[in-house]
Design a protein around this ligand. Structure first.
Ligand code: FCB
Length: 446
């Protein structure tokens, strides 16, 4: 394999999210979020696992930042927990919540690690869910209040802001599939939630700008690269519909200021978009400074006549990983090239990609996650190829810094570069951490 080098200044990072690592759910005035409610709902999460303790990062954050220094990353992507800042979702700001992130940001700056702050990584205050959550337009204004409070406190030290993480998952996995909080299964509500999430994003961008934000502002979407299973018309149509559902429902409003032309026909009988008000799409398409992409899946698609509304099914991967997802680094290149050819020449960041494995500590005390090393190696090469092909890619953030609470999969699956022993909260560098620390220092692969 040839050596590869990334452009000077390329930003290597690592990513986490608040509910997945922090624990301390009742500390310093934090209110409950939809994930506290959902994770405590019998049957919702594997083994009934909750984020009550997670990686106890709320108390161990300083040592965790040392792991970032060991990795040699230039940036750390973490999220702020909305219910720590506004415990009921509206009204008074909880200063102690802000204090925690203030200390974290200071300590990152001391270590010369640039904070990349995700403002919403799925932990909606339960108080807002009680009045409709993302199906209620009012939530968009509550989001702005919260964002302004965070920016007011941290804005002088944060160079990168992400409004939302993966609005697809919040809307579709949370409101159509019901596998994530708030556990709703209703397609009309899911599409309404898409619109309100995107609107909240646009309003937040406008508010940050009005408040004089000096950092760069973006959003992270999870995107896929759907391929038809065959060239027959029905499969081509199924792939186009899946692409609408997973990608274009987000990319078109964000970058073109409109929902895709085929959306009305696709959602006929589900919703005719009564929630879209004058000016919303201008707000949603407010220009950004960068765009974050999370890539996990490619998707081979075939038609499914049994499903007249959506009309597709995803063909199972011939070589699935533990959770059924295949490994397709070329899909990452395709996604990056597609976004840059069809939507934007803004700097792109891979804000997440990763693989979950059943890692274990062997008798010598080592975690030999060679499959993860191979995964990152191939995806970093694919990202490099995209740059060679003209994509303006500016950074790469593996998911995740350490094993953590993997939403509906609980602690059953591990994504980290550091192994977490949940009984002792010990962090053990896996082979992937040792490998990645060489990548960040060489700015490429030797
Ligand atoms: C993404 C989420 C992230 C993590 C990875 C595995 O969808 O953004 O929090 O759970 O998947």
């Amino acid at each position: 394999m040839p050596k590869i080098r990334f452009p000077e200044g390329f930003l290597w990072g690592a990513a986490t999210a608040a509910y997945q690592i922090e624990g301390a759910v009742e500390e310093d005035g934090r209110g409950p979020s939809i994930w506290d409610t959902f994770s405590h709902t019998p049957g919702a999460v594997i083994n009934g696992d909750t984020g009550d303790h997670a990686c106890d990062h709320y108390h161990r954050w300083e040592k965790d930042l040392d792991l970032l220094s060991d990795l040699g990353v230039g940036s750390y992507r973490f999220s702020v927990a909305w219910p720590r800042i506004v415990p009921t979702g509206s009204g008074a700001i909880n200063a102690k919540g802000l204090d925690f992130y203030d200390r974290l940001v200071d300590a990152l700056v001391d270590r010369q690690i640039q904070p990349m702050v995700t403002l919403y990584h799925w932990d909606l205050p339960q108080g807002l869910q009680d009045v409709g959550g993302w199906v209620n337009r009012d939530t968009t204004d509550r989001f702005v209040d919260y964002v302004r409070a965070v920016h007011d406190r941290l804005g002088d030290r944060v160079p990168y802001w992400l409004t939302l993480n993966e609005p697809y998952c919040s809307a579709i996995v949370g409101h159509l599939e019901g596998r994530h909080a708030p556990g709703i299964r209703d397609e009309a509500k899911a599409v309404t939630a898409i619109h309100h999430l995107l609107l909240a994003h646009g309003k937040a961008v406008q508010a940050l700008r009005a408040d004089g934000v000096t950092g760069k502002v973006g959003i992270t979407c999870n995107l896929t690269s759907p391929h038809p299973a065959s060239e027959n018309a029905a499969d081509l149509d199924a792939a186009a519909r899946l692409d609408l559902h997973e990608n274009r429902m987000f990319l078109d409003p964000l970058f073109r200021g409109s929902y895709p032309d085929d959306a009305a026909a696709h959602y006929k009988g589900v919703t005719d978009f009564p929630f879209v008000q004058d000016g919303d799409l201008e707000t949603i398409s407010e220009p950004l400074d960068f765009f974050g992409i999370n890539y996990y899946e490619r998707h081979l698609v075939t038609t499914d006549p049994a499903d007249p509304v959506r009309g597709w099914t995803r063909v199972p991967d011939p070589k699935p990983t533990t959770v059924g997802i295949g490994v397709h680094p070329e899909g990452l290149r395709e996604v990056l090239e597609r976004v840059s050819a069809d939507y934007t020449d803004l700097p792109l960041f891979v804000t997440e990609t990763g693989i979950c494995l059943h890692d274990y500590v062997d008798p010598e005390g080592q975690v030999k996650d060679d499959e993860r090393v191979e995964f990152f190696d191939s995806h970093i090469r694919a990202a490099h190829q995209a740059i060679q092909n003209g994509v303006n890619l500016a950074g790469f953030f593996p998911w995740s810094l350490m094993d953590n609470y993997e939403w509906a999969w609980g602690y059953a699956y591990r994504f980290g570069m550091y192994y977490v022993d949940y009984a002792t909260q010990e962090r053990i560098p896996k082979r992937s951490a040792q490998w990645f620390s060489k990548i960040t220092r060489a700015n490429g692969i030797d």
